[in-house]
Design a protein around this ligand. Sequence first.
Ligand SMILES: Nc1ncnc2c1ncn2[C@@H]1O[C@H](COP(=O)(O)OP(=O)(O)OP(=O)(O)O)[C@@H](O)[C@H]1O
Length: 284
Amino acid sequence: MIVDKHGSALTATKNIKPDTRHGVILYVEDVSVSFDGFKALNDLNLYINDGELRCLIGANGAGKTTLMDVITGKIRPDKGSVNFGQQVNLLELDESEIAQAGIGRKFQKPTVFEALTVFENIELSLAGDKGIWTSLFSKLTGEQKDRIGEILHTIGLTPEAFYPAGRLSHGQKQWLEIGMLLAAEPRVLLVDEPVAGMTGQETERTAELLTSLAGKHSVVVVEHDMAFVRSIARKVTVLHQGSVLAEGSMSEIQSNPEVIKVYLGEETGDEITDDKSEKSGEYA
Ligand SMILES: Nc1ncnc2c1ncn2[C@@H]1O[C@H](COP(=O)(O)OP(=O)(O)OP(=O)(O)O)[C@@H](O)[C@H]1O
């Protein structure tokens, strides 16, 4: 049985309604994670507001993936607390319970069923854990068809609905996977490097898609592409050595002396002060 931090029983994780009366949907407080004595996360604090779109940046090894792993229950922290809304203690739920409770995660590599159509891929996600055969051979209700139609529209794949997913471009597969996550109606979406390997046009479309999802969902994007981050982020969190180094708008971050020192002093692979928009005008 799952119990919230006040001791009340939560029998159906799907019905968890996070208490966001204070405007915060994710509370990560004083979280530390060590691997063989090395602190990948070090007393980290992060608060994600309900409905916001947050970008998480940081050099390789800063702790971004470890943080996502802690939120989704893949890794248990050595100390600290992680709450979904004010009351639901995520550290008491396992990975699938956390997903069911409304925290969806999209990994960098798309994992769609290539032989099935775009429509069928979403249909399967809508079915949840009913199983592939039951779901493909049971009749969809009108409401379910409408929901799939809505998702296809949101991700911009209505014309490709009956294409096998294997025929989609890399970018379209990423959108399909986001659509598959949306079928579970998550309150929080964690998205890992969504535009890696995308064309400029696909990147722009992804920016529009993620921006359109904010509001109804809280979206946390981990990304190295600074032009993309600039194009979508209202608030950026910079991780460094397992802690939050700075938080603010992209321009606040870019002029923060601590951030400049870290980004200029280390080979991060990212360029915080000289983004693509200035080179190509793509996101100007
Ligand atoms: N399972 C593990 N065992 C040992 N060390 C690990 C493990 N997972 C992560 N680390 C270490 O923890 C630190 C943080 O790694 P993490 O993957 O969270 O960083 P990141 O910010 O996601 O980096 P990147 O941008 O390269 O994906 C790194 O130094 C990494 O080597």
